[in-house]
Ligand binder design. Structure first.
Ligand code: FES
Ligand code: FES
Length: 164
């Protein structure tokens, strides 16, 4: 007898349904059952942050969330950040400031930074470093990652001012 559960989630604004074992990890549900491969698998032990997604308004490491815990959740992955006009400003700033090298950590970095800038729209460098401490870059590109996030914060503030 299958012990799979019927899982219903909202991912990047779309309601999706699938069958999964309750103990299956959210990162596997996303990548293998829903074909959402932006979040990566690095350590699978909650250290690296490559699997970071947003769940109900908080950054989570999808390798530490069971499918059963994600029932009914609203998930945003890096695929959900771009708008109809193109890339999210964070994605643009990572490109402009060379915030990526191999790119493996980048989806998790950007998704975490997205939440960080919602919580703290004008962070100091120290706040960025602290807020990003759960995300590791094996290429050690931290200087440019921090630069890109600070530049995105400036650009988003300017956009907001222009819209007011
Ligand atoms: S794969 Fe989840 S924290 Fe490393
Ligand atoms: S850019 Fe290679 S791991 Fe971060």
């Amino acid at each position: 007898m299958s012990n799979k559960m019927h899982l219903k989630l909202t991912v990047n604004g779309q309601v999706v349904e699938t069958l999964a074992e309750p103990r299956e990890l959210l990162i596997h549900v996303l990548r293998e059952r829903l074909d959402i491969t932006g979040p990566h698998i690095g350590c699978e032990t909650s250290h690296c942050g490559a699997c970071t997604v947003d769940m109900d308004g908080r950054s989570v490491k999808a390798c530490t969330v069971f499918a059963a815990q994600a029932q009914g959740a609203e998930i945003t992955t890096v695929e959900g950040l771009a708008g109809p006009d193109g890339m999210h400003v964070l994605q643009e700033m990572f490109r402009e400031h060379h915030g990526l090298q191999c790119g493996y950590c980048t989806p998790g970095m950007i998704t975490r930074a997205w939440r960080l800038l919602q919580e703290t729209p004008r962070p100091t460098e120290e706040e960025v470093r602290f807020g990003m401490a759960g995300n590791l870059c094996r290429c050690t590109g931290y200087q440019n990652i921090v630069k890109a996030i600070l530049a995105a914060a400036d650009a988003m503030a300017a956009q907001k001012e222009a819209a007011e």
